[in-house]
Design a protein around this ligand. Structure first.
Ligand SMILES: C[S@@+](CC[C@H](N)C(=O)[O-])C[C@H]1O[C@@H](n2cnc3c(N)ncnc32)[C@H](O)[C@@H]1O
Length: 319
């Protein structure tokens, strides 16, 4: 082993400012919570369950594209043996690439500290030869990995269409930051999975499954917020809502108050009228050609793309 796996904290946020932003969002006329608050321990477990749902095609479609084109993708990635997993979660998607990419060094970046610690411990058991580092960071606040990366070529891995959580202008800025990291390390690139636009019924079902796992995932954000703000939301008194806006190419999730109610948020009352909604997540979907253009505008010169036969999902390698 190249050394014990380590967990480093690069959360450059001021916790009190973060908490104040969360509280201000909940009190705003259009109440909102950042999707990063989905991922407490229960949220991480529920997301893993969502990935197994029949309605949630992105995970299995991306997996099938990876399996069908593993060799071609590995050829595109080339000699880079350092893998930086953005929003690593349990790290399993990246670990499935270790052999094909001859990965020697793995940096798992995630905001969920507890999930990262568990991921590191699994890695130590299952991949003892990998030099692993877990980095606790909020990449919506910028991604500064200069202290963690050397001059070696790096492959950024951003699967699962998580890029869709950024609105397109912010997605462009985020990817441009990755392109700058790549530009300073020859042979680097970005391997990214992107969900495509498709018919409304399938898109909405993927975010509103028949069993109610996504509804539980959405409501759980209130349990997490209750601990942080603090607040006394009753998650069961909010209904899960998912909708598709074809004009902007966006699935949105909200929590809708099922009856009028008063919630104490950080010591002050906030009334929610029946039917009032809290915005919790946007997931932008892209036409593959538009996403390729976004990669170019972000500063990548060479772009390869792989898709499933139905065109439900797209995987890009950009350098
Ligand atoms: C939808 S999950 C994807 C997990 C895994 N990469 C996959 O594709 O299955 C999103 C992951 O990103 C992490 N995440 C969400 N917002 C983040 C942020 N602002 N900064 C860092 N990690 C974040 C979450 O904790 C979670 O593990």
């Amino acid at each position: 082993m190249d050394g014990e796996p380590r967990l480093v904290d690069r959360l450059r946020v001021d916790p009190e400012r973060e908490r104040a932003e969360l509280v201000a969002g909940l009190r705003a006329a259009q109440a909102r919570v950042s999707p990063k608050y989905f991922y407490d321990a229960v949220g991480c477990a529920l997301f893993a369950a969502i990935c197994e749902l029949p309605e949630y095609y992105p995970t299995r479609t991306e997996r099938s594209i990876f399996a069908a084109h593993r060799d071609a993708i590995a050829r595109a990635v080339g000699r880079s043996t350092t893998l930086v997993d953005l929003g690593a979660g349990d790290g399993r998607k990246a670990a499935a690439w270790f052999d094909a990419l001859a990965t020697r060094r793995y940096l798992a970046v995630d905001i969920a500290r507890d999930a990262l610690a568990a991921t590191l411990s699994t890695l130590r058991d299952e991949h003892p030869a990998i030099d692993a580092t877990a980095i606790v960071a909020d990449f919506t606040q910028g991604l500064d990995l200069d202290a963690d990366l050397g001059a070696e070529p790096v492959t950024f891995f951003y699967p699962g269409s998580s890029i869709g959580n950024f609105e397109p202008a912010a997605a462009l800025r985020f990817i441009a930051g990755l392109a700058r990291h790549c530009a300073t390390r020859a042979g680097s690139g970005l391997l990214i999975g992107v969900d495509t636009r498709k018919d409304a019924a399938r898109l909405v079902a993927a975010y509103d499954d028949a069993v109610g796992v996504t509804a539980a995932f959405n409501r759980n954000v209130l349990a997490h917020v209750n601990r942080i703000a603090p607040a006394d939301f009753a998650p069961a008194s909010f209904a899960h809502r998912a909708s598709w806006d074809a004009a902007v190419g966006r699935v949105s999730m909200h929590l809708e108050a099922m009856a009028s109610q008063v919630v104490r948020i950080d010591g002050r009352a906030r009334a929610f009228a029946a039917g009032e909604r809290i915005h919790t997540e946007d997931s932008f979907k892209y036409a593959p050609d538009d996403f390729a253009k976004l990669l170019e505008r972000a500063g990548f010169a060479s772009i390869e793309r792989w898709q499933d036969d139905a065109g439900d999902f797209a995987v890009f390698f950009a350098r």
